[in-house]
Design a protein around this ligand. Structure first.
Ligand SMILES: Nc1ncnc2c1ncn2[C@@H]1O[C@H](COP(=O)(O)OP(=O)(O)OP(=O)(O)O)[C@@H](O)[C@H]1O
Length: 608
């Protein structure tokens, strides 16, 4: 996988975020900087106002002048506070939430659109997990907090500089001492931050395991197994053990933070105490006024707050920058398959030819060869059956033909052209498939079959596909027929279809797409014998004018195919028609005999 770069650097991330936000929403990118100016003015007035009041009292200036000064300053202060409030609460906070959703949608789109081989690879899963994490927590700490933290940093640095200027009048050495004390504090925080970053992968792995187990309790597809196999205590035990792992790690994090806070409190005590002692000494030994005392003390403690804010913001910013990295690492992932630059495929009205040349494959992170040097030609319009024991590599072979996985070596050709050269979407449009996994969305049955808006659906074609898939009778029994919504857990008046009905729906979906290559992976596994028989009888109609690949464990069904290949350990070990393979007396026959034995026994029993 290309682009495995982990960190882009703070400045680069800054450029990236500014660009993304500027393109998405300009006003919210600019307005927060107004807050910086108003906040600075408020802060300076905050330490200056007490001086004005105290000096006025000690110099006995006329009351009306004093009240006018205070009144004007108070009005200015209120105005500036309102500007700060509006730019932060009214603009920035809202913008952050919107930016978060914007990044979230872009991330989800990327996941939906990325190459299947990357999506399913262990590395891809980690990239997705991290990118998801970078956006899923509170917007004050996740990646979207990068910009507010940046605004905060600029504000704090300018605030610090302006307070430095005030303190410099008193004694510049104080600035140095304060800097050293806060520097120590900052280094400790940064160290903890780095450590937290180093355990990020470990944290993500534990969370992944834990939430997988939690999700299983809500997963209706395994709810039956949980009850019948009494998996409660097993799941509970797994959850507890992952939870313990998580707790141990989180305790380590908490302990480090606690120690840091204790040390920080100690430094605050030293700093403020030292500041008081020095200013009292100045009052006693120089002509410093009470007003100046409050001004300088305000500046010293304010200096600390600004610096503290800077350290905290740098921590937050570096944390947010790591999250921006996680997001960008996913977004920068390059697909291997061609997109716009790939060759377009001319509209095909005839079946396609598929050729596999010395195709080898193993999954990423595993040495086990799953497809082992396969050479195979599937002629135009041929109906090929792939059979073999569990784990032989049948589904993997199909995924290679579909271009969902890429061979480690060798090539897959469609009508003589390496499929890697095609535009990915154009190639996928040639393939229709009914896999074992059922995927339905909370929409109408018609939409679930066609993946089109109601107004774009070709009703006549839909009816025909439903009829061919043997689902018409069910449709006629539903009051809303094709408009019936699926997924009742999400939709109020939704209905649940049985396993067999869902399988028929998958078949209707494959037929509606009407592509020149049709792949049926165990299409009768959930069907009753009558429905299965009907499907066999209609097999030639279903695959009419198409190249068809059929995976099945029921060997009686493969006799409807032109050719059968028997796969074992990723190799084709037998090939021929049903009768040829039976005559050969090899593994296919052995498997067929085992299956047919039960039918024979049953027929003989009936005959007695
Ligand atoms: N994503 C994956 N990562 C690693 N190994 C995998 C992955 N998917 C499948 N495998 C392994 O590849 C082997 C072949 O799997 P495949 O699904 O192709 O077999 P199959 O012949 O279709 O099996 P079945 O008849 O049970 O559906 C199995 O040993 C499986 O464990």
């Amino acid at each position: 996988m290309k682009n495995e770069k982990n960190t882009h650097g703070l400045l680069n991330n800054l450029k990236f975020m500014l660009h993304e936000q500027w393109v998405f929403e300009k006003k919210a990118t600019v307005i927060p900087f107004i807050r910086i100016l108003s906040d600075l003015a408020v802060a300076l007035m905050g330490i200056w106002l007490p001086k004005v009041v105290l000096d006025a009292i000690s110099q006995s200036i006329p009351v009306h002048v004093f009240l006018t000064q205070i009144g004007l300053l108070t009005v200015a202060l209120m105005l500036l506070k309102y500007i700060s409030y509006y730019s932060e609460q009214g603009v920035l906070k809202n913008a952050v939430r919107i930016w978060n959703v914007h990044f979230y949608i872009k991330k989800d789109w990327k996941i939906l659109d990325m190459d299947y081989s990357i999506f399913t690879s262990p590395k891809g899963k980690i990239l997705i997990e991290k990118a998801h994490d970078s956006l899923s927590r509170n917007v004050n700490v996740n990646m979207a907090s990068f910009y507010p933290k940046l605004v905060e940093l600029v504000r704090s640095v300018l605030g610090l500089l302006s307070f430095c200027a005030v303190i410099a009048f008193l004694n510049p050495i104080i600035i140095l001492l304060l800097l050293i004390s806060y520097g120590i504090d900052g280094l400790i925080s940064l160290n903890i931050q780095k450590w937290e970053h180093s355990i990020k992968d470990k944290r993500a792995t534990i969370d992944r395991k834990l939430y997988y187990v939690f999700d299983s309790t809500n997963n209706s597809s395994i709810a039956k197994d949980i009850r019948l196999y009494d998996m409660k205590s097993w799941i509970n035990h797994a959850a507890k053990s992952f939870m313990n792992e998580k707790n141990t790690l989180e305790k380590q994090v908490e302990t480090k933070h606690l120690l840091q806070r204790l040390f920080e409190a100690f430094l605050i005590f030293i700093r403020n105490g030292g500041g008081y002692i020095y200013l009292i000494w100045k009052m006693l030994h120089t002509d410093m006024t009470v007003g100046e005392f409050t001004l300088y003390f305000g500046a010293i403690s304010g200096f600390g707050l600004w610096l503290h804010q800077i350290v905290r913001t740098i921590n937050g910013l570096s944390n947010a920058s790591c999250k921006v990295d996680d997001y960008r690492n996913l977004m920068d992932t390059k697909d291997k398959l061609m997109r716009s630059e790939g060759e377009q495929i001319p509209a095909l009205n005839e079946p396609v030819e598929i050729v596999l040349e010395n195709v080898r494959f193993h999954y990423e992170g595993s040495d086990q060869t799953i497809v082992d040097d396969i050479n195979l030609t599937i002629s135009k319009g041929e109906r090929l059956a792939i059979v073999g024991v569990n784990g032989a590599g049948k589904t993997t072979l199909i995924k290679l033909i579909c271009g969902l996985l890429e061979p480690v070596s060798g090539r897959v050709l469609m009508n003589g052209m390496d499929i890697r050269r095609f535009n990915r979407e154009a190639y996928y449009s040639l393939i229709t498939a009914a896999f074992q996994n059922v995927c339905v969305l909370p929409m109408s049955i018609a939409q679930n079959i066609t993946f089109k808006d109601e107004s774009d659906i070709d009703t006549e074609k839909l009816e025909k596909c439903v009829e061919l898939a043997n689902l018409k009778e069910k449709m006629d029994r539903l009051p809303k027929r094709y408009s019936t919504q699926l997924v009742p857990s999400v939709v109020d008046d939704g209905v649940n279809l049985s396993g067999g009905e869902l399988q028929k729906l998958m078949l209707a979906r494959a037929l509606y797409k009407d592509a020149p290559l049709i792949i049926l992976d165990e299409p009768t596994a959930a069907l009753d014998p009558i429905a299965e028989n009907q499907m066999y009888l209609r097999y030639s109609e279903l695959t009419n004018n198409k190249t068809a690949i059929y995976i099945s464990h029921r060997l009686s069904s493969t006799r409807f195919c032109d050719r059968i290949i028997f796969v074992e350990h990723g190799k084709i070990i037998e090939t021929g028609t049903h009768d040829e393979l039976l005559a050969r007396g090899g593994k296919y026959k052995a498997m067929f005999d085992v299956q047919s034995q039960y039918y024979k026994d049953y027929i003989e029993e009936k005959a007695i």
